[in-house]
Design a protein around this ligand. Structure first.
Ligand code: SME
Length: 358
């Protein structure tokens, strides 16, 4: 009877908040013995409080936490006769003694929210409530356009989709190729950053990269040195800086002295020369250590990308990615990881050689 009422109550309405608010009101007035009747909606990794009737409630419930988060993760209705006996139950209200949580399934069987009803009494819900409330949630998913099969909004929708439409399922699944591409790009960026950092470490050879952070005051603005002068390497131990405008020479000199380049410029009025001092053996070892430290940081970054993407792939299973495909993607990810760790090691080896060569 109430089911028919709910059906006509929501018929033709697509305003999600309004529909959920009215359904919680209808359920609450039909079952006044329950003190909380309402919805939590999936938002990224958590459930967020939605429309409800009853006492104030928590705003956020993490995935797989509490009765609601667990029903979401397990993708099944949970009838909890005694909340105190449910590990990890979230007590938004001390009144709660028993509860029922019904996940709501959308496209590809993905959970988009849960219906939660709480009672002050122990064992207030049974299999009949479960069956009935699952029909209510199915109606809601259908009405709010959450699923592809209008008469069958359920957790198996992904299977039905595969059977019926083959490739269509891919639309709702994680895009493995794009995800792997993203991880490759991020690892590449980390390696590029290392390359850049290593270039700035001075090892006795003249390298214009040591001046890349130097900014010179020019017509009231701070601009990079190479915008006001030509920077060249006439020999392995010298850098020559020739200003486009001779008047700028003092400002350039000042800027170099104020920077962390650590070499005193020689100025002949036209050209500034920097003689690169040859580091001692001890200093060279120090520099190698410095490089390895940055290398280690870069490796951590590459590993972080790997674990983040791994997590994403694992979550993809929930959205319909097959375990076999997930395993293959993980293997690809591992290969990318190994490739960039090797690249980092190669960069470090080359830099070490450069530093230690007298
Ligand atoms: N008890 C629920 C939290 C929501 S409130 O009951 C409204 C849970 O454990 O997930």
């Amino acid at each position: 009877m109430l089911l028919l009422q709910i059906e006509s109550l929501i018929d033709g309405e697509d305003n999600e908040t309004g529909v959920l608010a009215n359904v919680s009101a209808a359920l609450a007035s039909a079952m006044p013995q329950f003190f909380w009747t309402g919805f939590y909606l999936v938002n990224d990794d958590e459930l967020r409080l939605g429309p409800f009737q009853g006492t104030v409630a928590c705003y956020h419930i993490p995935y797989n936490k509490g009765v609601c988060g667990t029903a979401w993760a397990r993708r099944e209705t949970l009838v909890v006769p005694d909340v105190d006996a449910f590990p990890g139950h979230i007590a938004c209200s001390s009144l709660s003694r028993s509860e029922i949580v019904v996940p709501m399934f959308g496209a590809a069987g993905k959970v988009w929210g849960v219906l939660d009803i709480d009672s002050k009494d122990l064992s207030a819900f049974d299999e009949t409530d479960k069956k009935y409330l699952e029909k209510v949630t199915s109606l809601l998913s259908k009405q709010l356009g959450k699923c592809f099969f209008f008469n069958f909004c359920c957790k198996y929708e992904n299977i039905i989709l595969i059977l019926s439409f083959g490739n269509l399922i891919l639309r709702n699944m994680i895009d493995v190729k794009a995800t792997l591409k993203e991880s490759e790009e991020r690892m590449e960026m980390a390696a590029m950053f290392l390359d850049d950092q290593l270039a700035k470490i001075r090892a006795g050879r003249a390298n214009v990269a040591i001046l890349s952070g130097v900014k010179v005051s020019s017509y009231g603005q701070m601009v990079p040195l190479n915008q006001v002068a030509s920077v060249t390497v006439p020999d392995a131990r010298t850098i020559a800086i020739k200003p486009w405008d001779r008047k700028a020479i003092r400002d350039i000199e000042k800027a170099i002295m104020a920077s962390d380049v650590g070499i005193t410029p020689e100025n002949n009025g036209e050209i500034i020369r920097l003689s690169i001092p040859q580091p001692t053996e001890e200093r060279r070892k120090e520099l190698v250590k410095q490089c390895n430290k940055i290398g280690e940081k870069t490796k951590v970054e590459v590993r972080n990308v790997r674990s983040e993407i791994k997590e994403k792939l694992k979550k993809g299973i929930k959205d319909g990615l097959s375990e076999d495909n997930e395993k293959d993607a993980e293997a690809e990810l591992q290969k990318l990881h190994d490739k960039f760790i090797k690249k980092i090691d190669d960069l470090l080896a080359a830099k070490t050689k450069e530093i230690m060569t007298v």
